[in-house]
Design a protein around this ligand. Structure first.
Ligand code: ATP
Length: 238
């Protein structure tokens, strides 16, 4: 069976600095796969390359068996990859509904779009309650919900989430993680980048630990959660 996403020996550099040094992993349809690792490990760089925002130095990216390298970002969205970026990047002056609709800019099925806006409100009721307000008035956690809701508006085959728990209170983080579980249950395939290894590994089918541009350890979420070196390095245990 072909994986939904296959990354083979991917290398990405900023000038002379190689941030991703030949990583390989795959994501099967229906799975949640997580990349964990400390600051600067190359996780964001990997997602930005998959989205077409950065050009790889080498390696292959296959989505549904077809190469993605050299395809521009907007076409990659059209193929079914959506990216909820680190730092959220919502449009603060636009309303919550307007932000969601921007996620559907490639679609023309009005009824379907309306249904998916409603689905975002069902997933995150606070967004529905405040739909007419400027998105900049939302709290950090709520903006994260909006970024996820907006990414879902393109009906992605693969949803990429970059550090959805960053800067959130434990309660908000819990809510975001529960939503990821809910999305998985409804069949969404997710590639999750997280510094919060405990949360990410608890819900992931597969996990990869990244250190300075390389994948140093791979396993099921449960295996990595119980791995002694992971526990020491990422879960703060002695
Ligand atoms: P974080 O969680 O802090 O985002 P990360 O694992 O996502 O960490 P990246 O953001 O991918 O890591 O960064 C990987 C490396 O590339 C780091 O050494 C970083 O300093 C470097 N880097 C990232 N963006 C740029 C850039 N625009 N120009 C030059 N170097 C960069």
């Amino acid at each position: 069976m072909t994986a939904l996403l296959e990354v083979e020996d991917l290398r990405v550099a900023y000038g002379k600095i190689e941030a991703v040094k030949g990583i390989s992993f795959s994501v099967e349809a229906g799975q949640v796969v997580t990349l964990i690792g400390t600051n600067g490990a190359g996780k964001t760089t990997t997602l930005r390359t998959l989205s077409g925002l950065l050009k790889p130095l080498g390696g292959r990216i296959l989505f549904e068996g077809k190469p993605l390298t050299n395809i521009p970002a907007h076409k990659i969205v059209a193929l079914g990859l959506a990216h909820s970026p680190e730092g959220r990047h919502i449009f603060p002056r636009l309303t919550i509904t307007e932000n969601l609709l921007l996620g559907a800019y490639l679609r023309s099925d009005k009824a379907g779009i309306e249904k998916d806006v409603q689905r975002a409100y069902d997933l995150f009721p606070i967004l529905g309650e405040r739909r007419k307000q400027a998105a900049g008035t939302l709290s950090g956690g709520e903006q994260q919900m909006l970024a996820m809701g907006r990414a879902l508006m393109s009906q992605p085959k693969l949803l990429m989430l970059d550090e959805p728990s960053m800067g959130l209170s434990p309660i908000m983080m819990q809510k975001i993680m529960e939503t990821i579980v809910e999305l998985k249950a409804s069949g969404t395939t997710i590639l999750l980048v997280e510094q919060n290894a405990q949360a990410a590994l608890s819900l992931a089918d597969q996990g990869h630990v990244m250190e300075v541009g390389k994948i140093v350890l791979t396993g099921t979420g449960a295996d990595l959660l119980h791995d002694e070196s992971v526990r020491k390095a990422y879960l703060g245990e002695d």
